[in-house]
Each structure stands twice: as C-alpha cells, then as structure tokens.
Design a binder for this molecule. Structure first.
Ligand code: MG
Length: 333
C-alpha cells in the first residue's frame, strides 16, 4: 500500500532537478522591486493560514487579507455535518468575508463518504481514503448535501483536494468515474466540480501480472512506462462534469512543468494553486511568469496563493511577504 505522506516527503527531496528544468533563464523570480499596480486579481486558499485565521477576530483577519491585496478566497475546512467552515456558520462566514471585500468563488471538500476529516485536516492514519468501485454511488450521494450547502452560498466551484488510496489502473479509472458522477451532482446544483493535484498524480504505472498497477514506491522517478495517473484522470472524466485545479508547486514536485500541462490541457485546467517552497517568489525557483502568462492566455481567472506548514505560527506574516512579491510583479494581472 502506498503511503501518501511518505510519498509527499520523499518526492519533495527530488525537487531540484525538475525545478531546474522548469526554470528558464528569464523567469527566475525577481526580488519584489518593480512596483507595478498593487491591484491584482488574486486569491488565497485559506488552508494556508491554519488556525491563525480563527485567532482573534475573524472579521478583522478578513480585512487584513483584503489589505494584503487579496480579492477572493477558496475555502478549506467546510464540515458537511455542521454546515460550518472552521467552526463558523457558513452563512456568517460568507457574510463576514464579503463585508471585508472578499468573494468566495471556490471551496475544497473531500468526498464525505471517502474521507472523514474536513479538507485540509484529513485523517492521516491510513483509515481514510481507501477507494474501491463499489463506493462510487455512495460518494456521489454523499456530495448532495455538500452541493446544497454550497449552492445556498452561491459558491461557483467545489474542488476535491485529495487522491484516494488506489492500487491499479482500474482503481484510477474508478476514481475518475467517481469524480464524473460527483460532478453530475454538482452540475445539477449549478456548481462546477473539480480535482486538485499533489505530486503523486504524476507517477506512472508499472506493468504487473494483471495489467498496470501503481508502483510500490509512488514517485514519478520510479522506472515505469505505463500511463500517468493524471492523464488517466483527465482522459476518463467528462469536461462537462470535472475540471482541474493545478497546484503548480506539487506539479513541479512531480517533476512536471506546469506550462506544458497548461498548454496541452488548456480546456481542463480551470484554476491554479500558486505556491513556492515557503514565501511566494522567495526561492527564485518557481517559474511564475511563464506559468501565469500561459494561464491568462488560456482565458482563465482564479489564482489562489497557498503556503504549507500551516502550524508554523507565521502564516499571516508569510502571506504578507508573498503578496508584497505578487503585487509588485508586472506580469500579474
Ligand atoms: Mg494546493
């Protein structure tokens, strides 16, 4: 059984090769020197702030995000059992955000029938996320309440943030079918449904006795000539039901160039998670300029800043530094 957490850890050690490959000369991130127009169309994935978002006064914290330059946010932490976000009533949460000048176009929600934890705080003890085809209808059914709650708040997108535990090519295709059926539930509620990647989706399958299976050690560098999980997900989902939110940091950690994916899958990648090692732009390793230019050329709109390490106690400060960088870059619209 592939251990997701171990994979994420080990894959992050492999990063520099891919970063070098994706980091062409003119695109190394410049220091935040060139001030263009601080008024950018940029959002935040609130997972980035962890519990800091809820420390003190939430309305004031929303204003702080607005003052950093954010226009909109993507939720994490919605709980289907309570219809609360981070423990705050969904309607109240949305009103406070809107009052601060922040729209909420999107929300991360794991399938309730598949993961017991709320998005961003999934159980990592291995008991969650075990998938088999018999769960497809149950998962789609479990999304009905999610769709209803989000439709009431006028949320445009609901995104499934995690890949399930999968064994072989048939499981991957079954997971794609699950996304398709779930997408139909959301479509009926007037919401677009999508999937958010980590690095594991860029692993290729290996040939086993019963067809292709996932490699035992799930890394994109495992010698394997089978299909890539991400291609299977995109090829086996209906664009009318399922879009993709590409996390560009995890894509690079998967040894892939986000620009290539944005060119080849222009009609499937709807939104981006914009991430660096920590503070956006600080490493100089992420190819933001070329990535954003291709994203804009594709006619897409929503960019969400994201930072991991959510229990650091420094997430607001890191986001402030990140937005100083973003708002100073002339190529950011
Ligand atoms: Mg992400």
């Amino acid at each position: 059984m592939v251990n997701r957490r171990d994979f994420l850890k080990s894959a992050s050690l492999l990063s520099m090769g891919a970063l070098a490959a994706c980091n062409s000369k003119e695109t190394a991130a410049a220091p935040a020197a060139e001030v263009n127009n601080p008024d950018k169309n940029f959002g935040i994935q609130i997972y980035s702030l962890g519990n800091e978002l809820y420390a003190g006064n939430l309305a004031d914290n929303f204003k702080r995000l607005k003052n950093m330059g954010f226009k909109y946010m993507e939720l994490a932490g919605y709980d289907v059992n309570t219809n609360k976000v981070g423990g705050v009533d969904f309607s109240e949460f949305k009103k406070m955000a809107n009052d601060a000048g922040l729209a909420i176009p999107s929300s991360h929600v794991n399938a309730p029938a598949l993961f017991s934890g709320v998005a961003g705080r999934e159980s990592r003890d291995g008991s969650d996320g075990q998938f088999n085809r018999s769960m497809i209808d149950k998962v789609a059914e479990s999304f009905k309440k999610v769709a209803e709650d989000h439709a009431k708040q006028g949320i445009e997108y609901v995104i499934h943030p995690m890949l399930a535990y999968l064994k072989n090519e048939d499981d991957v295709k079954g997971f794609a079918e699950m996304l398709n059926k779930s997408g139909e539930v959301f479509k009926a509620a007037g919401i677009k449904f999508g999937f958010h990647n980590h690095n594991m989706e860029f692993a290729r399958m290996v040939k086993g006795v019963d067809g292709f299976r996932l490699p035992t050690v799930l890394t994109p560098l495992t010698p394997a000539d089978g299909p890539m999980i991400m291609d299977l997900l995109m090829d086996n989902t209906d664009p009318a039901n399922v879009c993709f939110e590409m996390d560009i940091y995890w894509t690079v950690m998967g040894q892939q160039d986000p620009v290539v994916w944005l060119k080849n899958r222009a009609n499937r990648i709807e939104m981006l998670h914009v991430k660096d090692f920590v503070v956006l732009g600080a490493s100089g390793a992420m190819n933001f300029k070329n990535i954003f230019e291709q994203f804009y050329a594709n006619g897409k709109k929503y960019l969400f800043a994201e930072i991991e390490d959510i229990d650091s106690g420094k997430q607001f400060a890191r986001m402030e530094d990140s937005m100083k960088f973003i708002t100073s870059q002339t190529y950011v619209k």
